[in-house]
Design a protein around this ligand. Structure first.
Ligand code: ZN
Length: 101
């Protein structure tokens, strides 16, 4: 596995973007980081909330320099996994009374 970051820029969103790290949208007017990289020979470009870009750095450091990204599976600004409670609190999921005991 190899990962090379080619460029990183801070932009202001003019339209909605999806943050690759968390399930939340980047809304017009918000700042976000646009990262272009090559991962295992494949070009990729990702958008991050600034706090999510920071979280990636922290997770990568904990894991020895590299961090595999599972799209939208972490909570905004942290390395914590997305939980049902988190999605409900953000309004991505409606609480389903049938699933609670
Ligand atoms: Zn994010």
């Amino acid at each position: 596995m190899s990962y090379t970051e080619l460029s990183r820029s801070i932009r202001t969103a003019h339209k909605e973007h999806r943050c690759i790290w968390c399930p939340e949208k980047i809304l017009p007017g918000e700042k976000y980081e646009h990262v272009v990289s090559v991962y295992d020979g494949q070009w990729q470009h990702h958008d991050f909330h600034p706090e999510c870009a920071k979280a990636v750095g922290v997770v990568a450091r904990d894991e020895g320099g590299e961090c595999e990204i599972h799209p939208h599976e972490c909570q905004r600004g942290t390395g914590a996994e997305v939980t049902r409670e988190y999605l409900e609190s953000k309004g991505f999921l409606k609480p389903n009374p049938q699933l609670t005991t």
